[in-house]
Design a protein around this ligand. Structure first.
Ligand code: G3H
Ligand code: 13P
Ligand code: ZN
Length: 331
């Protein structure tokens, strides 16, 4: 199957009533672990790269591993997506590179820290949507800001999404998918006490925008098993806490269709390598511990594909090409 536009994957998820994980990647092992999970569970999948990932891999390397993943798994709909594009140029570069989807995070200024006004957000998001749609590329926008700061992304201040603004925002910008701020944040330390998400916002936005797939950032669950492995093998991650799977499943029922996961992949890899080093002090072949890391990503992602309800849906539809999307957008 060729790379498919993310809009198709998400529109089909609305039709089928399930969620699709968007997994952040930085290297081959992550991509292979995710693809093994998608192939075994027969799941459509979104693989996404942050600006940090593109910088780390010099863009081209990551792109070709993603393309290899699609070629190696012709039965799986796979979309490659830019996560948190900070300005028009970053999005344009990703489109030129062959990404089938981009996020323009106009909720923050180009520094990825300072919150923007509603009008500033509309302006940059509409510009990206108009440009991307000429190439059939899907666009995700964001309204509201997440709490927490992850590697320099985020203002540190949470501003929940206002549903009436969300309706206006989608109409003014033409975005295909909308990320909401409902109380999550990036990283492994999302909450200090029992997490409560503003799920009513999802319900209200879905009522106003029934055809727009909604996106939840900061969706790692930070499973205790993964934290325990890290801590038991020399790590120090006290008080880490994520979003319970039951809250994610409730958000999916209410209208969230794209679920962004980065941290849980990082935890799985870190725990696997820490354990391997500790149990095999004589190891020198990187394939041994990178292989363990890949297996840990596979296991973590496989269980999410089952829990999000993605499993079993890879063959529900015929893939659209970006050229098909160009005609759809023209209408
Ligand atoms: O949105 C935040 C993601 O977790 C990406 O993180 O910029 O460190 O790659 P990163
Ligand atoms: P986590 O840090 O919860 O994995 O969130 C990732 C994310 O939202 C990427 O855009
Ligand atoms: Zn995010």
């Amino acid at each position: 199957m060729p790379l498919v536009p993310m809009k198709q994957i998400l529109d089909e998820a609305i039709r089928g009533g399930y969620g699709v994980g968007a997994y952040n990647v930085n290297n081959m092992e992550q991509i292979q672990g995710i693809m093994q999970a998608a192939a075994e569970t027969n799941s459509p999948v979104i693989i996404q790269a942050s600006r940090g990932a593109l910088k780390y891999t010099k863009m081209l390397y990551l792109k070709y591993i993603m393309v290899a993943a699609a070629e190696d798994n012709p039965q799986i709909p796979i979309s490659i997506h830019l996560d948190h594009g900070n300005n028009f140029d970053t999005c344009r570069q990703a489109i030129e590179l062959g990404f089938t989807s981009v996020m323009i995070d106009g909720s923050l200024k180009e520094d990825s820290k300072t919150p923007t006004t509603f009008d500033e957000n509309v302006e940059v998001t509409a510009k990206v949507a108009e440009y991307a749609h000429k190439f059939g590329v899907t666009v995700e926008g964001e309204l509201g800001t997440l709490g927490g700061i992850e590697d320099g992304v985020g203002s540190g201040v949470s501003k929940l999404t206002d549903p009436s603004e969300a309706e206006k925002f989608v109409k003014l910008t033409g975005v295909d998918a909308l990320a909401l701020a409902i109380g999550t944040s990036h990283g492994a330390y999302k909450f200090k006490e029992a997490p409560v998400l503003a799920l009513d916002i999802v319900t209200e936005v879905k009522k106003r925008l029934p055809d727009t797939p909604l996106v939840m950032h900061g969706s790692s669950s930070v499973p205790k098993e993964l934290i325990d492995i890290i801590n038991n093998y020399g790590g120090n991650m006290k008080h880490a806490m994520g979003v319970p799977m039951s809250s994610i499943q409730e958000a999916i029922k209410r209208g969230v269709k794209k679920i962004n996961v980065d941290t849980d992949g990082r935890l799985a890899i870190t725990g696997a390598i820490r354990r391997y080093f500790s149990e095999h002090p004589d190891v020198i072949d990187p394939r041994d511990y990178f292989g363990e890391a890949r297996k840990a990503v596979y296991e973590t992602v496989k269980s999410k594909m089952i829990d999000f309800g993605t499993a079993g849906h890879a063959q529900d539809y015929k893939p659209l090409a970006l050229t098909d999307m160009i005609s759809i957008y023209k209408k």
